[in-house]
Design a binder for this molecule. Structure first.
Ligand code: AMP
Length: 191
């Protein structure tokens, strides 16, 4: 099963991708995690993206498309994968289609987690409060507001791209975590 989990910062896609990845034995591929690891390891890419990420902007398509392309080619993705945080604009979605087609693969489903903005803000502020020592630069209030604007401008149109292909499923991401997981499983059973 090749899946995309899609939604604004704080929508819960990372939490759900981890749960579903474990349940279905497929890896969760988070571009945010990969980029944070590159920043921590001070690789060339890490040095290039550090400031961009801290202010909440998107890093270049070349970097993320290249990173995901290599990752999808790895052996552990042979049985499927969950993309978490990618694609984040229509150009990335198109590049993903090309990469998958080259391997005779396609996406089976795109799950969108719908959450109202005030709830997103509440959740991320809670994340900040709970991880005071290990705070993400981009969870600071100014960067967070900016990330939400970037989401609306660049990422939200990706939902229409997949809706047109008939593979978008929008779920209520404001429910309890277990209820969202249950909804995802019901959807996956239809694939
Ligand atoms: P996330 O952990 O998914 O919220 O991502 C954290 C940050 O990493 C984002 O705010 C971007 O700066 C960068 N990032 C992650 N995924 C992408 C992507 N697909 N395209 C561009 N930038 C990304």
């Amino acid at each position: 099963m090749n899946l995309v989990f899609f939604g604004p910062p704080g929508a819960g896609k990372g939490t759900q991708a981890e749960r579903i990845g474990e349940a279905y034995k497929i890896p969760q591929l988070s571009t945010g995690d990969m980029l944070r690891a590159a920043v921590a390891a001070k690789t060339d890419i890490g040095l290039q993206v550090k400031d961009i990420m801290a202010r909440g902007d998107l890093v270049s398509d070349d970097i993320v498309v290249g990173t995901i392309g290599e990752r999808i080619a790895a052996k552990d993705c042979a049985g499927g994968f969950i993309l978490d945080g990618f694609p984040r604009n229509v150009a990335q979605a198109e590049a993903l289609d090309v990469m998958l087609a080259a391997k005779s693969l396609q996406l089976d489903g795109v799950i969108e987690f719908a959450v109202k903005t005030d709830i997103l803000l509440e959740r991320i502020l809670k994340r900040v409060a709970e991880s005071a020592d290990n705070r993400r630069e981009d969870d600071k209030p100014e960067a967070l507001q900016y990330r939400l604007r970037v989401y609306e401008a660049e990422t939200a149109p990706v939902a229409k791209f997949y809706a047109r292909k008939g593979i978008l499923k929008t779920l209520d991401g404001m429910q309890e975590i277990d209820a969202v997981t249950a909804d995802i499983k019901v959807f996956l059973a239809t694939l």
